[in-house]
Structures are given as C-alpha cells and as structure tokens.
Design a protein around this ligand. Structure first.
Ligand code: 5AD
Ligand code: SF4
Length: 470
C-alpha cells in the first residue's frame, strides 16, 4: 500500500481531463482517491510526481490527442530520470478501456492503465507501479512494463470511492448512471463504459445531500444515458429519473437541478411532466438527435425516428415554453445522401436549438458503422459540418439575443479573464459576463442581460442584488 510521505514533502498529481462531463466527475473522484495518499493537485504536469490523463475515445481525434500528450510526458520523464527523479504516468478513461496494453506497447513510458470502472483501485496500481520503478532503478529487468486494470468488476466502484469533496462555484456533478445498452452503430460507449448500470437511489440522494452540505446549490445528474436511470430504492421498488429528480429537488439548498445526457427513447411521460412541475429543474435539456433523416437514424440504430423526436420537443415545450434545447449531430454517417443531410437541416430549422454540438462521423474500430459501405469523403463531411454549424451558430446567437433586456438569476461560477469580471450561467445555461466582486462566486444573483453574442451574454448585476445574495 502506498503511504503518505513522512519526509514532509507532499506529492503532487496533475490530472488532465479529455471529453465529457462524466470524465470531469471521474477526475474529481480520482483526486479524492489520491488525496489520502498525500497527493495534492498540481496545476501543470511539470509540477507533478504523477500525471493522469483521463481520456476520451469517442472520436479518433480525441484518442490521437492523448498519444501526442504521452509523447511530451515521456520526454519529461526521461529528463527527470537523467536527474535521478521520476514521473509516474497513468492513462485512465475510455482510451485505457478500449486499448488496454496496446497503450503501453505504443508508449512504453506509461506506468499505469486504468479503465473507468477501476478508479478505486488506483492506490494498489500506484503501489505496484512504484515497486516496478524501484526494480528498474536497481538496474534489473522489469517483468512486463505497465500496470493494467481494465476489468468491469462485479462490485461497483461507487461502493469504494470516498465521499465527494465538494462544489466548484456552487455547482457539482453527480454521476447516477453509467454505461449504455443502446449500441448506436457509430458509438464506442457500450464497449468502453460497459453495460448500463444505475446507482441505487439512496446512494445518489445521500451524495446529493453531501454535495449540498459542501456548498453546492446546483447539481447536474450525469450518465451516458441518464434518463434510462432505473435505480433500486430502499423499499425494493425502482426509481425512474423523474422520481429521482423530484426527490433531489426537494432537498433543502438545491436551487438548480440539471441532467445530462439523455436519449429520446427514454424521455418518459413523468420526466416530461417534471419539466413543468419541478421549479428547480432548469429550463434546459440536452437531447441528442444525431440526424434528421429516418433512413440514417435507422442505420445508426437509434431506435427513434424524426417524428418521435419532434413529438417530444412539442410536449416539452407545452409544459415548459421557455425550454432551451440542445442536441448532438453527426454529419457524414456512412450512406448519408444530400437529401438525408437536408432532412437534418430541416429538422434544425423546425426545432430551433439554443446550443448544439456537431461532429463529422469518425470511424471507430469495432463499431458496426466502421465496416458499413459508402463511407463519405472528408471533403463532403467538412462541407456539411460547415453548413450545419453555420445554421446552429445563428440559432444560438438568436436565442442569446432573445434574452437581452431580461433580468434573470445567474449562478456565478468563476472569475472572468478581465479584472473585476465574473462569469456565470443563466437558467438556460448561457454564459454571462458581468462586473462584480469575487464573493458572488457560488451564488445566484439577479442580473440584467444587456448584450447577446454567439456564445455568451454580457450582464449587469441588478442594484441591490448583492445584498440579497449576501
Ligand atoms: N463519430 C462522430 N461523433 C460521434 N459521437 C459519438 N460517436 C461518434 C462518432 N463515431 C458523438 C455523438 C454523441 C456525442 C457524445 O459524440 O453525437 O452524442
Ligand atoms: Fe453511444 Fe448511442 Fe449509447 Fe449515446 S445512446 S452512449 S450515442 S450508444
């Protein structure tokens, strides 16, 4: 077992997070696991004894970035070894899960490879890596480089992770569900994160209370397929996401509640109703549709068509007319014709999104999409992505501008780049910049929106709101 250093010198860990909010949550959990071992957080790899890359495998570009970072870390490690010091390099997350020991073959400087389900085992993996490093230092041959744990253990990592430490700027993530059984034909998640798993309701509610006690006033419930949540409750019944949302919204101190990422097929009646009935549930929903063409949605194995999605949007807007909708889009899926792409553009026009993420289709080894015929050229994908992003960008700007003139509650989360500036979020998740004292960070303050841009708004804190927030 690795022990806290007794020489008074603290060890430092630098964690670099790639990809989704699940990874942000996991990085925080890894920091929590490492803290009792004496690891404080470093703000750069150069200041760290241990660097963890928490990786994303969703698109090719995401995994390639990891390997170039590993090249830089290998150079740093070699420099240090020349001076008799060391650097421990760990690869965590979905690239670790998908590529396992391939990572160590491609970059032998890597000491530890740990999949998303094994973070609670980091202390053991570190101890083993330290033993191997000691053998190496003694000039002996190391029996197999790298320490690997990419199992999907029967017991949940959540039962072994320490309690979360707290909230940043009043906001905290809470992972309630992991994995996915949907098997969209483009996606690696069912392979890297495994089968769908919902944490028991009582554990989630307890963690929510803990986060609030630590200063969170906004909670975002996380899962790869969060609205498929079906957690076991203490009485043996099963709670849906809607049930959980209502319960957590009832915790004293929870001012704002969000959840992400959802699948259209799992937007049940009660969850839609909750958007009209639960005031803490913010008027924002990220609901990936991927394509507006029924033919492509079928080939993607999305299990929903265009009409199902549009029907959900209508029902949501009936119960919550100001709902800001966000989505994910993929252009250039194999076989996507001009007319399929046009269907996507028409869907976007019909819905009107407040924000969106859009990607060129990326061929992921092992997924059914990667071996489909009629893969599209890079140039077609690029042209379609540009057209789609220009439409979505304009919709986002129009949405932002539509709020100008309103006074709205803003949760300030961090200092801005300019002195005296703070940045927060509106209920619709737009970023707002305003002049204001740092003590407002972590608080909800009434702010008048004075100008709207493509990606943000400028605001003015309403006179008297300081005192109200104090
Ligand atoms: N290529 C491009 N985009 C992808 N996504 C997932 N897999 C791929 C892929 N192979 C996108 C989807 C998903 C988001 C998280 O990433 O839009 O909703
Ligand atoms: Fe991937 Fe589809 Fe599951 Fe979302 S629903 S995580 S896109 S397989």
């Amino acid at each position: 077992m690795t022990t806290v250093p007794t020489d008074g010198k603290r060890k430092h860990v630098f964690i670099r997070t790639y990809g989704c909010q699940m990874n942000v949550y996991d990085s925080d959990r890894m920091a929590d696991v490492l803290r009792p071992l004496g690891y404080a957080l470093a703000s750069a790899p150069e200041q760290a004894d241990l660097v963890v890359l928490n990786t994303c495998h969703i698109r090719e570009h995401a995994s390639e970035k990891v390997y170039s970072e590993l090249g830089r870390l290998r150079d740093e490690k070699q420099l240090r070894r020349a001076e008799g010091r060391d650097l421990t390099i760990a690869v965590a997350g979905c690239v670790a899960q998908a590529e396992g020991e391939e990572i160590v073959k491609r970059q032998p400087a890597v000491d530890i490879v740990v999949g998303p389900q094994a973070y609670h085992r980091l202390p053991e993996l570190l101890a083993e890596a330290e033993r191997k490093a000691a053998v190496h230092k003694a000039g002996k041959r190391v029996p197999g480089a790298g320490v690997l744990d990419t199992d999907f253990p029967a017991e949940s990592k959540f039962d072994h992770l320490p309690a979360p430490q707290g909230a940043r700027g009043g906001s905290a993530f809470l992972s309630i569900q992991e994995g996915c059984d949907k098997f969209c034909t483009f996606c690696v998640v069912p392979y890297t994160r495994g089968a769908e798993y919902s944490r028991p309701a009582a554990a989630v509610v307890a963690e929510a209370r803990q986060l609030v006690a630590n200063g969170a006033i906004e909670l975002t419930l996380l899962g790869q397929n969060v609205n498929a949540y079906h957690g076991e409750a203490a009485d043996g019944s099963t709670w849906s996401l809607a049930r959980l949302v209502r319960e957590i919204a009832g915790i004293d101190g929870v001012a704002r509640l969000r959840y992400t990422t959802s699948h259209p097929r799992d937007m049940d009646d009660d969850l839609i109703a909750a958007h009209g009935e639960v005031p803490a549930l913010m008027p924002y929903l990220h609901l990936p549709v991927q394509s507006g063409s029924d033919r492509i949605l079928e080939a993607m194995n999305r299990r929903h068509g265009r009409d199902l999605f549009l029907g959900i949007v209508d029902r949501l807007r009936t119960v919550r007319p100001d709902l800001a909708l966000s989505s994910d889009f993929i252009v250039g899926f194999p076989g996507e014709s001009d007319s399929d792409f046009d269907d996507t553009m028409r869907l976007i026009e019909q819905v009107g999104f407040a924000s969106a993420y859009s990607f060129k289709y990326s061929r992921r080894p092992g997924t059914p999409g990667s071996s489909m015929p009629d893969q599209l050229s890079e140039s077609v994908k690029s042209a379609r992505l540009a057209a789609l992003q220009s439409l979505l960008g304009e919709q986002a700007r129009v949405f932002n501008v539509s709020k100008v003139g309103q006074s709205v509650p803003v949760l300030f989360a961090e200092p801005g780049r300019k002195p005296g500036q703070i940045i927060g979020k509106t209920p619709w998740l737009q970023s707002v910049y305003a002049e204001g004292p740092q003590r407002l960070i972590g608080r909800i303050v009434e702010t008048r929106l004075i100008e709207g841009y493509a990606n943000s708004l400028a605001g003015e804190i309403v006179t008297g709101a300081y005192e109200a927030a104090a």
